[in-house]
Design a protein around this ligand. Structure first.
Ligand SMILES: Nc1ncnc2c1ncn2[C@@H]1O[C@H](COP(=O)(O)OP(=O)(O)OP(=O)(O)O)[C@@H](O)[C@H]1O
Ligand SMILES: [Mg+2]
Length: 161
C-alpha cells in the first residue's frame, strides 16, 4: 500500500497517537489544518486493530462537521487505501449512505452519531470538530461523553484544531 499520508504530521507521530489511544479511554488530538487529523488518525486506529488481528471486529465511527466533508473524507481515505467507498470505508449522512457489511470505518455527521448512540455507537467513536465549536457545545459534549462511557464503554477520540 502506498502511504500517501506518510509525510503528514499526524502520521509522523503515529507511534505516540497509537500508544496514547491504546492506554486511554478518551484521547484528544489537536493539530493544525491539513495536519492529517481527519484522514490519518482514523486510519491509524484501524491499522492498529488490523495489526493486532482485530480488524474484523473494528467498528470505528468518525463525525465530520458537514455532510459534504463526511463524503469527501470517506472518498479520500478509501482512495488512499486503494478501495472504493462503501467497502472498508463508508459514510452515512441524512438520506444517503454508502456502506456495507465490510465497512469498518464510517464517516458521518453529528446528527447520525446521536441517533446511533441510542443503539450501538461502535467501539471507537471519533468526534472531529473545531475547538471553538467544542467549547461552544462543551456541556453537551460532556453529557455525550458520559452517556457513551456509561451505556456503551467505547474508546473516544476528539480531533480538534
Ligand atoms: N481530497 C483530497 N485530495 C488531495 N489531498 C487531500 C485530500 N484530502 C486531504 N488531502 C491532503 O491530506 C492532508 C490532510 O488532510 P486532513 O483532512 O486529514 O487534515 P485535517 O488535519 O483534518 O485538517 P482540518 O483541520 O482542516 O480538518 C491535507 O493537507 C491535504 O494535503
Ligand atoms: Mg479535518
Amino acid at each position: 500500500m502506498v502511504l500517501l499520508g506518510g509525510r503528514l504530521p499526524a502520521y509522523q507521530i503515529k507511534e505516540k497517537i497509537v500508544k496514547t489511544i491504546a492506554s486511554n479511554q478518551i484521547t484528544v488530538v489537536s493539530g493544525a489544518t491539513g495536519s492529517g487529523k481527519s484522514t490519518q488518525v482514523p486510519q491509524l486506529v484501524l491499522d492498529d486493530m488490523i495489526f493486532n488481528n482485530q480488524g474484523s471486529e473494528a467498528s470505528i465511527i468518525m463525525t465530520q462537521p458537514r455532510r459534504i466533508s463526511a463524503i469527501g473524507v470517506a472518498d479520500r481515505i478509501a482512495s488512499e487505501r486503494c478501495e472504493q467507498v462503501g467497502e472498508t470505508i463508508g459514510y452515512s449522512i441524512r438520506l444517503e449512505s454508502k456502506r456495507s457489511a465490510k465497512t469498518r470505518l464510517l464517516l458521518c455527521t453529528t446528527g447520525i452519531l446521536l441517533r446511533r448512540l441510542q443503539c450501538d455507537p461502535g467501539k471507537n467513536v471519533i468526534i472531529n470538530q473545531k475547538l471553538a465549536v467544542i467549547l461552544f457545545y462543551l456541556v453537551f459534549i460532556i453529557i455525550l461523553l458520559v452517556s457513551i462511557q456509561t451505556s456503551h464503554p467505547s474508546r473516544m477520540y476528539l480531533l480538534t484544531r
